[in-house]
Design a protein around this ligand. Structure first.
Ligand code: SF4
Ligand code: SF4
Length: 202
């Protein structure tokens, strides 16, 4: 998160503790994959299950946060999405109180401190990082577009160099007397190598 801000020179906002990410979380890994990772001792997955419990159904979560859930479903249907619609599970934190407070704020795990981590997570509009993420994604897209343009220019420049070479070669060919041209065009057929012979081409 800090890196995105530093690299793109976009100031990092401060969390306003609205609690949306505490009560409507949906990691990109499926429930089963996360369980496997937790069983294998992976830190993120273990921390995740130490605080989050899944909603019984997607509809239950949707009733609370319709916009985020609908956007998550929509993005899961996009080609190449890490999560498939049938793998979507939403979670709420067991330490988020009815008074809308984190009961373990000072001891909250790293994943809470790092959230959102990247601008490519689905955030509610109330999240302090919503506009920040939007700006980072736009800047990244613009940079990729610029990179594509530069690649195209490089290709054009290479073509131009090739054309310049062709023009130069054409000019050099014109300087060679007709009867010796075969030595330039087919040096292997020459009795004397053109590189070392009297036939020098400048
Ligand atoms: S531990 Fe605290 S900060 Fe982390 S998700 Fe739960 S309530 Fe939110
Ligand atoms: S949704 Fe955003 S602003 Fe709200 S608590 Fe989470 S990180 Fe902070």
């Amino acid at each position: 998160m800090k890196k995105w801000s530093e690299n793109f020179n976009i100031p990092l906002p401060e969390c306003v503790k609205c609690g949306t990410c505490c009560i409507c979380a949906s990691p990109s890994a499926s429930y089963l994959t996360l369980l496997e990772k937790a069983a294998a001792g992976e830190d993120f997955a273990r921390d995740f299950f130490s605080i989050f419990v899944p909603y019984k159904t997607v509809e239950e979560a949707k009733a609370l946060y319709p916009t985020i859930i609908e956007r998550s479903i929509k993005s899961s249907k996009i080609d190449g999405s890490k999560t498939k619609p049938e793998d979507l599970v939403f979670y709420k934190c067991r330490y988020y109180s009815k008074e809308k407070q984190c009961l373990i704020y000072e001891d909250r795990p790293e994943l809470c401190r790092d959230f959102p981590g990247t601008p490519y997570v689905i955030l509610g509009e109330e999240c302090a990082y919503y506009n920040w993420a939007k700006e980072c994604r736009k800047k990244y897209k613009d940079l990729m577009q610029e990179l594509d343009n530069l690649k195209k220019y490089k290709k054009e420049l290479d073509n131009l160099k090739y054309q310049q070479k062709a023009i130069k070669l054409n000019y050099q060919l014109k300087q060679i007397p007709e009867e010796y041209k075969f030595m330039w065009l087919c040096p292997s057929m020459s009795i004397v190598s053109p590189g070392k012979s009297w036939l020098k081409v400048y």
